[in-house]
Design a protein around this ligand. Sequence first.
Ligand code: NAD
Length: 296
Amino acid sequence: MGKIAFIGLGNMGGPMALNLHKAGHAVRAFDLSKPACDKVAEGGIAIAASAADAVAGADTVITMLPASQHVEGLFLGAGDLLAQLPAGTLVIDSSTIAAATSRKVAEAAKARGVAFIDAPVSGGTGGAIAGTLTFMVGGDTADLERARPVLEKMGANIFHAGGVGAGQTAKICNNMLLGILMAGTSEAIALGVANGLDPKVLSEIMRRSSGGNWALEKYNPWPGVMDTAPASKGYAGGFGTDLMLKDLGLAQENAIAVKASTPLGGMARALYAAHSIAGHGAEDFSSVIKMVQKRG
Ligand code: NAD
């Protein structure tokens, strides 16, 4: 098994790197945040002093960073990490970023003989820990096949969406729907509770009825309904409101570019933006329920 450099050890990258380590891969990891590094070091992963240090001798580089500017900055910006990768290296970017940025980095990589695929994920932190993520891959078939044994250690489903950037397009379609579903689920539970219903009973009724969806199955936004959900842990960890806001922004930018009509996606973006401005940007996105919960 080849050597893997893993850059970005946050809520998702940390457990993903740990699964590769547990599967027997030699992983050298790096994050700008020391607490994030410490967490994976406890799991036995070697921590590099810098991104450049992490990639030295690696044949596969995986990145799990917040947004487009972080991925572009790392590979093409001041650090110019791409220039330090020998020809033949495979880069797997699992961050959710603009498809145009994926294509820009992939083009620069190709010019150096470095293979690049975009492989954003779905499944949340629970899926990252369990190794059951869904990967949505954009890139050449040969590069995906090279990446597959590594992706299989972190995920249960691997889809080839198309050429470079197609994985990102699939991901923003999915997350636009998720943002809408979480907002709608929140409204429905809050309406029931305002009428005196028990949130647990109502959630179970809707989960097994035609309103059933992923939020009700795995990620209930009402505190105490689901022990494992961020809502029951003070909305800590999980998928940050600001990350959801970024994804809804990417969906709207894309919709404008291709002249698609996405009215609910636009409303969801406005809702999460107001929620972020109200001070909930770092909380899990299911905290959007606070916008519609009755107080007192
Ligand atoms: P996070 O904020 O928890 O982690 C990102 C990490 O990247 C941080 O630890 C940060 O210090 C590090 N980082 C930023 N710039 C860096 C650099 N130049 N070098 C090294 N480290 C750097 O975010 P997350 O929740 O792990 O999400 C990562 C990506 O995955 C995002 O694009 C997000 O949209 C996507 N995503 C998240 C979830 C989820 O449930 N959290 C699910 C699917 C997809």
